[in-house]
Ligand binder design. Structure first.
Ligand SMILES: [Zn+2]
Length: 190
């Protein structure tokens, strides 16, 4: 599990807004971490760890709280049903119709496309177990995280509020959580 990996964490960082999450972080005792609030990726032994900004608990209190909360409430359980991302045969994420994948509606003025919240991709909910996840994130994980395995969400672990509940996953060299998405309503990437 602790093979040094040169995983590219930048695609999992916040692409719009949230400047404090725009780059991977270093969390003491945890490793390298990237998040955009919908997904959290922890790389255990990242070769660029020393280059990442340290996420001190007093500067990133919410992050530290969320991390310990997820470790406690949604740990990955290897004896529970799970699915390998590379066995899911995912379609490519379609580009946004409004901005044609640019993420901007007026390039000269640099205005964010409101249809896709600047992501450039279409919101596509994919059913996995009892929940849905955005195709965009599943594709990112399949592309960047080697041998990624997602715990199958169940009614039991999701409770009444399926949307945004974290579901744990593991990969060669790390672990993380992905938020479930609303199967009907279009949503934003943070
Ligand atoms: Zn768009």
């Amino acid at each position: 599990m602790t093979t040094p990996t040169g995983i590219n964490l930048t695609p999992f960082c916040s692409q719009t807004g949230r400047i404090e999450y725009a780059r991977p972080l270093r969390v003491a005792g945890v490793g390298a971490l990237a998040t955009d609030k919908h997904i959290v990726v922890v790389a255990l032994d990242h070769p660029k760890l020393s280059e990442f900004r340290i996420a001190y608990p007093n500067v990133y209190p919410k992050l530290h709280r969320a991390l310990s909360d997820m470790k406690l409430r949604a740990p990955y359980q290897s004896d529970q049903p799970s699915t390998r991302l590379d066995a899911m045969h995912l379609d490519p994420t379609p580009a946004c119709d409004e901005c044609h994948g640019m993420g901007l509606v007026n390039e000269a003025r640099g205005a964010w496309c409101t249809a896709c919240f600047g992501t450039g991709v279409t919101y596509v909910p994919i059913a996995v177990g009892a929940a849905h996840f955005q195709l965009f994130y599943l594709n990112l994980m399949a592309m960047h995280l080697p041998h990624c395995t997602l715990q199958l969400p169940t009614d039991h672990c999701l409770g009444d509020h399926r949307t945004s509940k974290p579901t744990p996953f593991v990969f060669e060299g790390g672990y993380g959580w992905l938020a479930a998405c609303d199967p009907k309503k279009a949503g934003a990437r943070a």
